[in-house]
Ligand binder design. Structure first.
Ligand SMILES: C[S@@+](CC[C@H](N)C(=O)[O-])C[C@H]1O[C@@H](n2cnc3c(N)ncnc32)[C@H](O)[C@@H]1O
Length: 273
């Protein structure tokens, strides 16, 4: 568990996209094919991150997105207190627990904490404390702070609304979730803390980026290899929390394109992992 997957191994990246359906038919109809070729074809057909998730005991391929983000930015430090927003089915919590030492098993390492929240029940993740909570409920901020009992070092959100199938609607919904997550982060993060959130590339994210650039020393937009290449999903990683930004951003302030990748790709994977 917790190994970094090889970069660029996603099936979506390594194939034409058209090929997956074609290959599925060939495997189903092939007779007398050598086992090695069948296995080879099956491997091409199946998303390697899905297979790795199964093999490594993760609850979904989303776990690898967090692994790749943390291997690059190193925010899940031993002893860190982490809020995991939208944690079902628990893959990100599974990744975070050993990295922050939330089980306290590694002698000499400070013991961290992982607090997960989701609309849905989540099977227990050893070392994590996970609650059913609509993050957008009126008193959610206070509830989270009470459960946390102190400041957080990391607020991370993989939240997504169920896909409507309408790209702009999905974009607006996920930006609204991300803005709400950022507001919570402004309330609960300790100085120097990190905010990580899934967004969909599109027109409404500029204001969010401006606020994050005010509140954090560094803001990066990245698409980890485990994020499907045909999705407009990306992740904003804001590091070095300075404090809640003033309301409103003056004209001529930082624009909406952080260092990132404006992938501009069509996609509707708002609920996808
Ligand atoms: C893509 S899944 C998260 C996957 C998770 N990071 C993992 O690795 O297993 C997105 C989750 O966000 C949750 N979500 C969406 N809106 C929410 C809200 N208002 N409050 C809490 N959770 C929410 C959904 O219920 C869903 O389980």
């Amino acid at each position: 568990m917790g190994k970094t997957p090889a970069k660029g191994t996603s099936g979506a990246k390594g194939s034409s996209g058209r090929g997956q359906r074609d290959l599925t038919v060939r495997v189903k109809t092939a007779k007398g094919r050598k086992l090695s070729s069948k296995l080879w074809l099956e491997r091409q057909l199946n998303d390697p991150y899905v297979k790795r998730a199964k093999a490594e005991g993760f609850r979904g391929r989303a776990a690898f997105k967090l692994i790749e983000l943390d291997d690059r930015f190193h925010f899940l430090k031993p002893g860190a207190r982490v809020v995991d927003l939208g944690s079902a089915p628990g893959g990100w919590a599974q990744v975070a627990v050993p990295r922050v030492n939330a089980l306290g098993e590694r002698a000499g390492k400070p013991v961290g904490r992982v607090l997960g929240l989701d609309l849905q029940e989540v099977d227990p993740v050893p070392g994590a404390e996970i609650h059913v909570l609509d993050f957008l409920a009126d008193d959610a901020d206070r509830t989270v702070k009470d459960w946390l009992g102190g400041p957080a070092d990391v607020v991370m959100s993989d939240m997504a609304a169920a896909s409507s199938g309408h790209k702009q609607t999905d974009h607006l919904r996920i930006i609204a979730l991300c803005e709400a997550a950022a507001e919570l982060a402004f309330d609960v993060l300790a100085p120097g803390g990190t905010f990580v959130a899934k967004v969909l590339a599109g027109g409404a994210e500029g204001e969010l980026q401006k606020r994050l650039k005010q509140a954090f020393e560094k803001v990066e937009n990245v698409k980890p290899p485990a994020s499907r290449s045909d999705s407009s999903e990306k992740f904003v990683v804001a590091m070095g929390f300075r404090g809640r930004p003033a309301d409103g951003v003056p004209d001529g302030g930082p624009d909406g394109e952080a260092d990132g990748e404006a992938d501009g790709e069509a996609g509707g994977e708002a609920g996808g992992v």
